[in-house]
Design a protein around this ligand. Structure first.
Ligand SMILES: C[S@@+](CC[C@H](N)C(=O)[O-])C[C@H]1O[C@@H](n2cnc3c(N)ncnc32)[C@H](O)[C@@H]1O
Length: 255
């Protein structure tokens, strides 16, 4: 059963995600991997992150894609690269299993998790001593050029919506990083940069506005006018803030 992530949405964002992730952080962790690395793609969806990683890591790398949504995992593929899949909740993964991976990677995950989930994921990494690369967590920063007086209210409403049900939302990168010694975490700003006419702009804007209006229904009418103005402006440029986090646990913890 699908648990809410539309594969069409994951597909339309894939090229922008690929262009935005930090090649520097990947190079840093890549240099520390063994000859035949075993990579976990956590919350893999249809495998967008594995498709980004595979050509950038050694050809002998093996991938295990883990997600609790079997429907998305069933669509996962990576041309020419064998992948294994496991349908499971992140909460079921044990440090002993994670110690069998050389890299734990994820994309667009942390902001969906609550504090307990962030804490147990951090424990999984620290206990297993496995390097971890968490790409593209929403940071909550969104900037539009040209600016509009309604931008800030919409952004704040969206960010509050992301915090619903105890989710970390835009606070996730900071909250997750706080679980690790500061010298073990490297952060890179990895914003999406979208301009007028980009294929991701309309779908992203509509989802962003729907969440903002769900949070503050009184914004519906002004947001509809704002949307018309924005999409009619050929000079529009948007930066949607994301962060990548590389965690390199102390090597002596590695089992
Ligand atoms: C925004 S999608 C990103 C998917 C993929 N990483 C990508 O970048 O296209 C978030 C993914 O996290 C998965 N997910 C969320 N919470 C999870 C959990 N507790 N256990 C396993 N998977 C989870 C969802 O099923 C979904 O596939």
């Amino acid at each position: 059963m699908s648990m809410g992530f539309d594969p069409a949405w994951l597909a339309v964002r894939e090229p922008v995600d690929a262009a935005s992730r930090s090649a520097e952080l990947l190079a840093q962790v890549g240099a520390a991997l063994p000859d035949r690395p075993r990579v976990w793609d956590l919350a893999a969806g249809t495998g967008s992150l594995t498709r980004w990683l595979a050509p950038r890591l050694l050809a002998q790398t093996s991938f295990l894609l883990i997600d609790h949504d079997a429907t998305l995992l069933a669509q996962a593929r990576c041309d020419g690269v064998p992948i294994d899949i496991r349908t499971d909740d992140l909460g079921q993964l044990t440090p002993a299993e994670a110690a069998g991976a050389d890299l734990i990677a994820a994309s667009a995950l942390l902001d969906l998790l609550d504090d307990d989930q962030l804490a147990s994921l951090a424990e999984l990494i620290m206990e297993s001593g496995t390097p971890a690369l968490f790409t593209l967590s929403v940071s909550g920063d969104v900037s539009f050029a040209p600016a509009d007086p309604l931008d800030d209210a919409l952004r704040d409403a969206f960010n509050d919506h992301q915090r619903r049900g105890g989710r970390a939302g835009p606070d996730a990168p900071q909250r997750f990083a706080a679980h690790f010694p500061a010298d073990r975490v490297t952060v890179a700003e990895t914003p999406w940069r979208l301009t007028a006419g980009h294929p991701l702009l309309g779908p992203w804007l509509d989802g962003w506005l729907a969440a903002a209006i769900d949070e503050r229904p009184e914004l519906a009418a002004p947001a509809a006018q704002w949307r018309r103005r924005r999409l009619a402006d050929p000079s529009l440029a948007v930066e949607v803030g994301h962060r990548d986090l590389l965690i390199m646990p102390e090597p002596e913890r590695r089992r």
